[in-house]
Design a protein around this ligand. Structure first.
Ligand code: PEP
Ligand code: MG
Length: 571
């Protein structure tokens, strides 16, 4: 029985067996063999098991995650069946008299470097596929199990060093009851996704993969950020009671499903949801979202081998707009980079990916990708209440350049006879301090702001949002952050524009009173936080919160702000 303290990343409590998602050791020695026939048989057996395994994964992915996710495994099967790849491995075993592992590595290395050197993006992606299939074959030759998160078929809690957003997207919520990781923070994208999938998560435990073995019974307490390993019966019982209490609390909040979000003194604010895919719509409706304040479109581009086509994107955007039945839907254009990678774009590795070639920077350079997305959005605009925003805008030149491209695509579509709404509002995310500082000038040109505090905090405090060791600096209630937020809201209002927030701060219990007092118009958060936030705002007086916020802006430390909010709540 032991215990780990991490960061509470997604609320709820889960009790289940641990399932470790760690990289297997696939190292081997080159050896000389005497019986080539026997070695070729070993190779053929490994290939046969690989194929059966890939077929099973493909079927399961198809049934549970959709055809687009299953397509990767289809491509892998083609490779495992390709004689042009397999024959050279057999030839190597025969002529060089080496073990199958070594022959496999040498022969596939040749193909991988050949594909990687090609100019064509599509061919470059094939190199990554060959690597994946090779890893699977090697694991069977060595008798080492490799992990397929999509193959989990009993209730489990995932234990990993870290989960990438695309790993997280592959988790099947029917079986995956929670996850816990060594690294990460509350605004890592895997944490954000856990909240939208409604699975409890504790990140930043530092040692979960060291301390937890496969099959250990663990409790993940996503409310307090605790993980219990092989707890005794008494602790299990205590947590079962907590689970019941949590469900009862949720049932209370659910009574507010159809209520408007109005403060105790009658001021309305909008509570919207952040989503990653059209599948998240159900959660938005079930949690009483008054709109979508952030559609992170980059998830459409992940977990696959190539860019999504205009048609595919159009269908996704249309589904979301129609699903929201005229309520506002703010779609953010592609925000790739940082912890969200697209391996098939084959971008060079950077020293500081969060400060690098990402989001709008990439879109302005790789205009083909950007224009395809904008066309899909503009075509979908006639199916609902679309608002478009650009991510990571650092200066007005970027905004103007992106807006021009949007206008060009709009004109092209209109001249092709395609209907495009003329009511599309155009806004920006305020995630970079330079933009918050220049908000007065931006406000003259944009229709709205959405404050992206997940990044704004990390860039203002120079504290990586993924790094649990500097999480003490990564504080939404810091007076410095509050002052920037105030500048943005005031600048918007001065020009008659609206200001929203789609960073995780918007759904934070301690931040909500301050944001209400600062005059925020729209709060966009994980769908699962909406009802709780509504119940909180119904009890708050906006006028009193304005006074609280004014005081907080003059405070010198984060702790003073937290104490003041607590004191106000207890009054
Ligand atoms: C943000 O930075 O606050 C934001 C909402 O964007 P993301 O979390 O996707 O970086
Ligand atoms: Mg961001």
């Amino acid at each position: 029985m032991s215990f780990l303290q991490g960061i509470a990343a997604s609320s709820g409590i889960a009790i289940a067996k641990a399932y470790r998602l760690v990289e297997p050791d696939l190292s081997f020695e080159k050896t000389r063999i005497t019986d080539e026939e026997q070695e070729i048989k070993r190779l053929k057996d490994a290939i046969a098991i690989t194929k059966t395994e890939l077929e099973a994964i493909r079927e399961k992915a198809n049934a549970e995650l959709g055809a687009d996710k299953a397509a990767i495994f289809e491509a892998h099967l083609l490779i495992a069946n390709d004689p042009e790849l397999i024959t050279p491995i057999e030839d190597k075993i025969k002529t060089d008299k080496v073990n199958a592992e070594h022959a496999l590595k040498e022969a596939t290395d040749m193909f991988i470097s050949m594909f990687e050197q090609m100019d064509n993006e599509y061919m470059k992606e094939r190199a990554a596929d060959i690597r994946d299939v090779r890893k699977r074959m090697l694991s069977h030759l060595l008798g080492v199990k490799i992990i397929n998160p999509s193959m989990i078929s009993e209730e489990a809690i995932i234990v990993a060093e870290d989960l990438t957003p695309s790993d997280t997207a592959q988790l099947n919520r029917k079986y995956v009851k929670a996850f816990t990781t060594n690294i990460g923070g509350r605004t890592s994208h895997s944490a954000i996704m856990a909240r939208s999938m409604e699975i409890p998560a504790v990140v930043g435990t530092k040692t979960a993969t060291k301390d937890i073995q496969n099959g250990d019974i663990i409790i993940v307490d996503g409310l307090k950020g605790e993980v219990h390993i092989n707890p005794n019966q008494e602790i299990i019982e205590k947590y079962k009671q907590e689970q019941i209490r949590f469900e009862e609390q949720k049932a209370e909040w659910a009574k507010l499903l159809h209520e408007k979000t109005v403060s105790a003194d009658g001021e309305h604010v909008e509570l919207a949801a952040n989503i990653g895919t059209p599948n998240d719509l159900e959660g938005v409706i079930n949690n009483g979202g008054e709109g979508i304040g952030l559609y992170r479109t980059e998830f459409l581009y992940m977990g696959r081998n190539e860019l999504p086509s205009e048609e595919e994107q159009f269908e996704s955007y249309k589904a979301v707009l129609e699903g929201m039945q005229g309520k506002p839907v703010v779609v953010r254009t592609l925000d790739i980079g940082g912890d969200k990678e697209l391996p098939y774009l084959d971008l060079p590795k950077e020293m500081n990916p969060f400060l690098g070639f990402r989001a709008i920077r990439l879109c302005l350079e790789e205009q083909g990708i950007f224009r395809t997305q904008l066309r899909a959005l503009l075509r979908a605009s006639s199916f609902g209440n679309l608002k478009i925003m650009f991510p990571m805008i650092a200066n007005l030149d970027e905004f103007r350049a992106a807006k021009n491209i949007l206008q060009e695509e709009k004109q092209k579509l209109i001249s092709e006879g395609i209907t495009v709404s003329d009511q599309i509002e155009l806004g920006i995310m305020v995630e970079i301090p330079s933009t918050a500082v220049m908000a007065d000038l931006f406000a003259k040109e944009v229709d709205f702001f959405s404050i992206g505090t997940n990044d704004l905090i990390q860039y203002t405090m120079a504290a990586d949002r993924m790094n649990e060791r500097v999480s003490y600096l990564y504080q939404p209630y810091s007076p410095a952050i509050l002052r920037l937020v105030k500048m943005v809201i005031d600048a918007a209002h001065k020009e008659g524009k609206w200001a929203g927030m789609c960073g995780e701060m918007a759904g934070d219990e301690t931040a909500i009173p301050l944001l209400l007092g600062l005059g925020l118009d729209e709060f966009s958060m994980s769908a699962t936080s909406i009802l709780k936030a509504r119940s909180q705002i119904l009890r708050l007086s906006k006028k009193e919160m304005e006074e609280l916020a004014q005081k907080a802006l003059q405070m010198s430390t984060t702790n003073e702000v937290i104490e003041a909010v607590k004191a106000a709540a207890e009054k």
